[in-house]
Write a protein that binds this ligand. Structure first.
Ligand SMILES: [Zn+2]
Length: 213
């Protein structure tokens, strides 16, 4: 299993490295799905490569999908689904394997939410963990094209990030070439409205802040 992963990673990293060498303006990144207890294996698997940045995300909790049907929110009460999702996300943040948290409140995918107060408490606990770990948060336009119809994360979540000095990245989360950069301007406008003036740029896992272009 590990060897097969390495073969795939070798091929991917090789292609990106070659494109970089030809002068194309791209970064070597990877979205890493978090599963509790796999941190050491994951760190070992990723260590040999010259990543610019690593994104962390949670797409499955207890074997149930977050953004596929039927998923976690369809199997357990919505408050319980949200609690479990954010618990795994906090573990992902604390694993210190990743630089950025991708689509941080993916659990809103199906537009099913607990009461505002409960949502707020989960956001606070999560953003506290993010701030303490020094991880960035991705402002993603992908949700605009999903059942949720909204940017990730919620405004209240991003405001908490701003208050704690958590840096951000911007993303379209394209799964095909035509969608690269789609609606990133909306993600940037949203971040600006919340009070962000810079975006994080990565080189070999070193981050710096640059003004929105
Ligand atoms: Zn994802």
């Amino acid at each position: 299993m590990l060897e097969r992963c390495m073969d795939d990673l070798d091929e991917y990293v090789g292609a990106v490295t070659e494109a970089k060498a030809r002068g194309l303006p791209i970064k070597l990144g990877l979205e890493v799905d978090y599963f509790p207890g796999t941190e050491h294996e994951l760190a070992e698997l990723l260590e040999p490569y010259p990543w610019d940045y690593l994104l962390g995300s949670v797409h499955f909790v207890d074997g149930l999908a977050i953004d596929q049907e039927p998923g976690l929110v369809h199997r357990v009460p919505v408050g319980e689904a949200w609690r479990r999702y954010f618990t795994w996300l906090r573990d992902a943040v604390q694993s210190s394997v990743v630089d950025v948290l991708a689509h941080p409140d993916l659990i809103k995918f199906f537009r099913m939410r607990p009461a505002d107060e409960e949502t707020h408490d989960l956001h606070v606990e999560t953003v506290d963990a993010i701030g303490a770990a020094g991880v960035c948060v991705e402002v993603s336009a992908a949700g605009l094209h999903k059942p949720t119809g909204e940017l990730y994360p919620d405004r209240s979540f991003l405001e908490l990030c701003r208050d704690r000095g958590v840096p951000i990245t911007l993303a379209s989360d394209a799964h095909e070439p035509a969608h690269v950069g789609r609606d990133v301007d909306r993600a940037a406008a949203f971040a600006r409205e919340v009070g962000y003036e810079t975006v994080t740029v990565f080189d070999r896992r070193q981050q710096r802040q640059e003004p929105f272009s």
